[in-house]
Design a protein around this ligand. Structure first.
Ligand SMILES: *Cc1c(COP(=O)(O)O)cnc(C)c1O
Length: 360
């Protein structure tokens, strides 16, 4: 193939970094650890009733309505897509293309990859000590530019809560320029127990991104949404392809949104397990655990490659993060079912003991 048929930006972009592993204890993608049986049944019933010969709605109005009710948000300010990743791309197309994409580093990889893909000017401000929001650096980067700023709060893949007051000050400064859209990615908000919806109500240039892939347990269905000022939402809908959310997705989404009690129960379980796993990790010599308000934990070890491989050999999949700036030695583990977490902790202790023995 003549490589020149592909745009420079695409040729230069490395493939998304993800290695699939088939080991039984899967703790590498921050998913809900299982399908809640009651939810699975509710989804199956709705899916069975879907008319697959017909196109879905141009936009999934019924789902938008259910999401609006859940958050007390205007219906016409809800935009749904096949995962929040798609909405990140739509935001770059709508506000970053030919302009700038501003974010922090390290953070969720999709903001930077979409900026590069679409040839936007990418500005990455390093996180402060303790993975803190670099408020001054972010505000300084607004000057003489316009575009879209992406901030994940809770932060990912670090798992910490950002300073809400600092984030609000940044968003107000961005709003005051008249040329910046701020997208707050709240993929893990359910686990953290706080959100920035008030800020998005106050500022028409702030949108909140949510996903049904994590707490709602629908990673396989691919559903994400954003809450925005209705005028902004109308523009973002133009960027999405028509009929992009299918009937099967709508059925699954509606079934889950009807059972907030089941989602809340799983979130509670994940929070309890996070506390337990973090405490156990802290007891292991050679491991540093970072604070998390999410369903995953970032931890530092001396030899992340060896620990990752050792865990794989014992049937446990975690995610390497040590390739990211500022995350030398870091691995990320999702909070799973209690038995999975036990398998992880036992395996990790075993791997570390072997490492120490091997070093003499
Ligand atoms: C998991 C995750 C998402 C979810 O993306 P989807 O496309 O909705 O599955 C978004 N943002 C962050 C920071 C995440 O960790």
């Amino acid at each position: 193939m003549d490589e020149m048929v592909i745009r420079d930006e695409v040729r230069r972009l490395p493939a998304y970094r993800f290695a699939h592993h088939d080991q039984p204890v899967k703790l590498d993608q921050n998913e809900a650890p299982d399908d809640a049986p009651e939810l699975a049944r509710a989804v199956a019933e709705r899916v069975a009733a879907a008319a697959l010969n017909r196109y879905p709605g141009l936009h999934p109005v019924e789902l938008e309505r259910a999401i609006a009710a859940r958050h007390g948000w205007p219906e016409d300010g809800v935009v749904v897509a096949n995962g929040s990743n798609v909405l990140i791309q739509a935001l770059v197309v709508a506000a970053g293309l030919g302009r700038s994409v501003l974010t922090v580093a390290p953070t969720f990889a999709v903001y930077a990859s979409q900026a590069r893909l679409l040839g936007a000017d990418l500005v990455e401000v390093p996180l402060g000590p303790g993975f803190a929001l670099p408020e001054d650096g972010l505000v300084a980067a607004l000057a003489d530019r316009s575009g879209v700023a992406f901030l994940a709060d809770p932060a990912a893949p670090t798992g910490n809560a950002l300073d809400s007051a600092g984030l609000a000050r940044f968003a107000r400064a961005a709003h005051a320029t008249g040329g910046w859209l701020t997208a707050i990615d709240e993929a893990y908000a359910e686990y953290a127990g706080y959100d920035h919806l008030d800020l998005a109500r106050e500022l028409s240039s702030v949108v909140v991104l949510r996903t049904l892939s994590k707490a709602a347990g629908l990673a396989g269905a691919r559903l994400g949404y954003l809450l925005a000022h209705p005028d902004l939402a109308a523009h973002l809908r133009k960027v999405l392809l028509p009929f992009c959310v299918g009937s099967l997705q709508v059925a699954a989404g509606l079934a889950v949104l009807e059972r907030p009690d089941l989602v809340a129960a799983r979130v509670d379980a994940a929070r309890r397990e996070r506390v337990r796993v973090a405490a156990a990790l802290r007891e292991l010599p050679g491991v540093t655990v970072h604070d998390s308000v999410t369903n995953f934990l970032l931890f530092t070890v001396d030899d992340p490659a060896a620990v990752h491989a050792g865990l794989l050999a014992r049937g446990v999949v975690v995610r390497r993060q040590d390739h990211l700036a500022g995350l030398a030695g870091c691995l990320r583990v999702s909070v799973g079912l209690p038995a999975e977490n036990d398998a992880f902790l036992t395996s990790l202790a075993d791997v570390l003991a072997h490492e120490v023995a091997a070093r003499g």
